[in-house]
Design a protein around this ligand. Structure first.
Ligand code: SAH
Length: 419
């Protein structure tokens, strides 16, 4: 019965939304699903189709069950697997359980902050869903056709499991276009109020003992970059240990690394970013955390140009952070991105005092850790400086990767001490 889809027929199960559609793969194309990798590309499909986000049964060319999945008619990633267990039902209870499991992991991780990534897409068995908790606020991105279809069920589960009454949707990311979805942003869940008023979208979170503010409606992504929490904490310690006084924080966003530098004892911190609102918040964070406004300079400028200008001026720094946006959205962009990474790292090495610290990152999934190391090594060669590799950095553990989905590993960083 399984092979014909009969067990899922609405005649036998009154809760099934409609008759289960079947996607049959080309011969040999079942391997990746058999290894529990959750994606099937368009070219692997022999026959079958469904509506956007509809649950389908994916089978091998010989009819063998492979996965229950969400279909996405306009995406290159045509199918995203929900489950590899034929006995599983993809229904509200299924999603509630996935949400519960994801939140339970974060509780066991015992993260010392009230800004936490609760759901990290594929790694949590919820492809296309990102949810961050900021205090009593949840901020979510629904980025795939399957997630769009189950949005209401997920929203209810999130509020029920976390007890957070406020859920804001930030599905205004460009990647939704690849799934044939429009950008959407606004409150998804909000308690009723007598006068219809709404909670402010501003919230203050606590990270490494600092107060940081964000606006879930206006900030980047869901509002903040939680994946760098541990690296920011480490930076504060390193700045103190290496007695860094002058610090350059490139791609600062709202200045998390700048506050870290001040905590570490830096006396002259420069934040560079091309976003004015982010920089205004960076400056506000300096005084909010009890540091002198005069210890911080906010520079609304392009990083590459600023680094070149600093070199011309003969300025140098005791510590530099390079945390650029994703230069390589996919492996196809790796070449151009490699040159861009090499360029900024070369410039940073030139600006670094002997004995100074460089924290350099790449959040491009298309640039692996080994390649990133090579790029940075090449940059050091070109700048004529060598350094000790103190430590390799990665995203915080609330942004987990699974062993079956290596693509999930995106953020990598190096801590280098200049010789
Ligand atoms: N380090 C930050 C996160 C950085 S995200 C933190 O800890 O929170 C990347 C930042 O780079 C964004 O704030 C974006 O506005 C900025 N950015 C992107 N392109 C830039 C450019 N060419 N020059 C300067 N800033 C840029």
């Amino acid at each position: 019965a399984g092979a014909t889809g009969l067990t899922m027929s609405p005649l036998l199960d009154h809760t099934a939304p409609d008759i289960m559609k079947i996607i049959t793969l080309r011969e040999g194309k079942e391997r990746s699903l058999l290894r529990r990798h959750p994606w099937v590309f368009q070219g692997s499909i022999a026959k079958g189709g469904a509506d956007a986000g509809e649950t389908v049964r994916v089978q091998a060319h010989d009819g063998k069950f492979l996965a229950w999945a969400a279909f996405s008619p306009s995406s290159q990633i045509r199918v995203r697997a929900w489950s590899f267990d034929e006995a599983e039902r993809i229904d509200a209870a299924f999603f509630q359980q996935r949400v519960q499991e994801a939140v339970a992991l974060r509780q066991r991780l015992a993260i010392d902050s009230d800004g936490i990534r609760l759901i990290h897409g594929e790694a949590d068995g919820l492809p296309g869903l990102i949810v961050d908790q900021y205090g009593d606020l949840l901020s979510a991105q629904f980025l795939s056709a399957g997630m769009e279809r189950w949005k209401d069920v997920i929203a209810d589960a999130l509020v029920a499991v976390t007890g957070c009454p406020y859920l804001y949707e930030r599905s205004d990311s460009g990647v939704r276009g690849l799934e044939g979805l429009e950008p959407i942003k606004g409150w998804l869940r909000h308690p009723e109020t007598a006068d219809g008023s709404r909670r402010s979208t501003e919230v203050t979170i606590h990270e490494n003992g600092w107060k940081l503010t964000l606006d879930v409606a206006e900030g980047h992504k869901t509002g903040y970059y939680l994946d760098q929490r541990d690296s920011r904490g480490l930076f504060a310690k390193l700045v103190r240990q290496f007695k860094c006084k002058t610090v350059l924080n490139c791609y600062s966003y709202t200045g998390g690394f700048s506050v870290a530098a001040l905590e570490g004892g830096a006396t002259d911190v420069t934040s560079v970013d091309s976003s004015g609102p982010a920089l205004a918040r960076a400056s506000a964070h300096v005084t909010l955390n009890g540091y002198e406004a005069s210890a911080h300079t906010a520079l609304d400028a392009d990083v590459n140009g600023s680094l070149r200008a600093f070199i011309k001026e003969g300025r140098t720094f005791d510590a530099i952070v390079l945390d650029p946006p994703k230069f390589a959205p996919s492996a196809a962009h790796a070449d151009r991105a490699s040159r861009a990474y090499k360029d900024i790292n070369r410039l940073a090495f030139k600006l670094l005092n002997p004995g100074g610290l460089l924290l350099t990152f790449s959040c491009s999934g298309g640039i692996g850790g080994e390649l990133f190391h090579k790029i940075v090594a090449g940059a050091g060669m070109d700048a004529g400086v060598d350094g000790y590799l103190l430590k390799r950095l990665e995203a915080t553990p609330d942004h987990p990767t699974t062993i079956t989905f290596p693509e999930g590993e995106y953020l990598k960083g190096l801590v280098i001490v200049r010789k």
